[in-house]
Design a protein around this ligand. Structure first.
Ligand SMILES: Cc1cc2nc3c(=O)[nH]c(=O)nc-3n(C[C@H](O)[C@H](O)[C@H](O)COP(=O)(O)O)c2cc1C
Length: 159
């Protein structure tokens, strides 16, 4: 690919098993995000994870080999199942350049937004859906904010 379409993007949706496996699902999601952020930062991957109504929707973007490597790890994760990967795509620039893994959780806004979106798109997963999903998640981040900043905050301030 030329320098103009250099960002490999993949998206999938899956069924979240965390709620049936874990008592403290909030803590488990937090752990998942911390793991994700660590590896994604190392591999130069950015993206976003939407968690809604028992399903995850995730968009990953970056170098093709790196994204496929992470996708392989994610596929084997027992915290979700019924993983449906959308056709991948090369795009000009990152949608989530600021986030190693932005997280959009359950909120009334997110629910409404997602429902309208699914109805509008009838959840037909084509390669353009990857772009649409990225746009949807970015909209949600703008509306309600993302939980995970791109740069890890210094946990210890030398105190
Ligand atoms: C829905 C979902 C999304 C995930 N997204 C990522 C991700 O973007 N990057 C990542 O490295 N791991 C992600 N993971 C976690 C990996 O499957 C794996 O558990 C983790 O990377 C292992 O980290 P560790 O080698 O530091 O223990 C995700 C897992 C789930 C269930």
């Amino acid at each position: 690919m030329g320098r103009f379409m250099s960002v490999f993007t993949i998206a999938y949706h899956s069924r979240n098993l965390i709620e049936e496996q874990t008592l403290d699902s909030t803590a488990e999601v937090q752990r998942l995000l911390e793991q994700s952020r660590a590896r994604n930062e190392r591999l130069g991957i950015t993206g976003a994870l939407l968690f809604n109504e028992g399903r995850f929707v995730q968009v990953l973007e970056g170098d093709e080999a790196a994204v496929l490597e992470v996708m392989d790890i994610i596929r084997r994760d027992p915290r979700h199942t019924d993983i449906d990967v959308l056709p991948s795509r090369y795009v000009r620039e990152r949608t989530f350049a600021q986030w190693s893994m932005a997280f959009v959780g359950v909120s009334p806004q997110a629910k409404n937004y997602y429902r309208d979106f699914s109805l509008r798109e009838k959840l037909e997963w084509t390669s353009s859906t990857t772009d649409l999903l990225a746009a949807l998640i970015l909209d949600l981040i703008m509306v309600q904010g993302a939980v995970v900043p791109r740069r890890p905050r210094a946990q210890h301030h030398g105190r």
